[in-house]
Design a protein around this ligand. Structure first.
Ligand code: SAM
Length: 271
């Protein structure tokens, strides 16, 4: 088996803008001692939810972006399923094809042949035997897409992306080649596989991941604590701009940013 079956409950490399990974333990330290459950209503990359799971709470996570839903489905709701060698073989088997990514995002975010690889992998993920395995595979492909993307976000134009992926240019200008942008999706997937597999564990609770607008969710979830970490005012809050491309990839459809925009307006203008 390529993956390591040892579990270390260590949060894997996610790289999420606005994540609270470094202070997740400190945040959870403020939870009342007698609390048994928490809702992380804007769970993003899942760092606080993961720490709360480690602490033994029943964790309910939510984020409006489906890419974040799949992350928490894989690492919070999932308590035991990992990707085996045979799953990995299934994901990477076959010939790259001209699908949704090739037609819509060639030379917008990735080179055409890279889009064709993504199209093959997306199709193959549907052959995996469970929703948790699919969520893990999507999360690992997300990680691979982010590693190949300058500044780790999808709101740069193609000219800039190509320039920053040019290793000679990058070295001349920044003294860093950033060769990892030009490694394959498969390379990055395999590089992260064991840390994602090892991050899967059970805390004995039935944890749940949701993919909803917080304004709908609050009506249907009841927990002892609600933790709110919405997008900040000011800059670096365009989460749809940063990661919406991965939502498009997951659904093979151009998605709409409307609800994120609503949150943005509420936070910045106060309704
Ligand atoms: C600051 S980030 C949360 C970071 C997270 N605590 C972590 O550690 O990674 C804010 C999150 O709110 C989500 N969001 C924005 N509008 C939302 C809405 N209306 N409902 C639910 N989630 C929303 C964004 O997608 C983003 O992931």
């Amino acid at each position: 088996m390529r993956s390591n079956s040892k579990k270390n409950n260590k949060f894997p490399e996610i790289n999420y803008i606005g994540n609270k990974e470094k202070i997740a333990d400190w945040i959870c330290g403020y939870f009342p001692k007698d609390a048994r459950s928490v809702l992380d209503a804007f769970s993003g990359g899942g760092s606080v939810a993961y720490q709360a799971k480690r602490k033994g709470l029943k964790v309910v996570c939510n984020d409006i972006l489906s890419v974040n839903y799949f992350l928490t489905k894989a690492l919070i709701e999932n308590s035991s399923e990992i990707l085996t060698d045979s799953d990995v073989e299934t994901i990477f088997k076959g010939t790259p094809l001209k699908g949704f990514m090739y037609k819509n995002y060639s030379e917008i975010y990735f080179f055409p042949e890279e889009c064709m690889e993504l199209d093959l992998y997306r199709k193959n993920i549907e052959k995996l035997s469970s929703e948790f395995k699919k969520a893990l595979a999507i999360s690992l492909l997300r990680r691979a897409m982010i590693r190949k993307m300058p500044y780790s976000r999808f709101n740069l134009d193609w000219k800039k992306i190509k320039q920053l992926r040019d290793e000679d240019y990058s070295y001349a200008k920044y003294k860093r080649k950033r060769a990892y942008h030009n490694k394959s999706f498969k390379h990055h997937f395999l590089d992260n596989l064991s840390s994602y597999n090892e991050a899967v564990f059970s805390n004995g609770k039935k944890n749940i991941a949701y993919n909803d607008d917080v304004f709908n969710l609050l009506k249907k979830v009841k927990t002892d604590i609600i933790y709110l970490d919405p997008p900040y005012t000011g800059t670096m809050n365009n989460y749809y701009g940063f990661y919406g491309l991965v939502d498009d990839y997951i659904s093979s459809k151009k998605t709409k940013p409307l609800s994120c925009l609503r949150t943005y307006l509420i936070i910045n203008i106060g309704f």
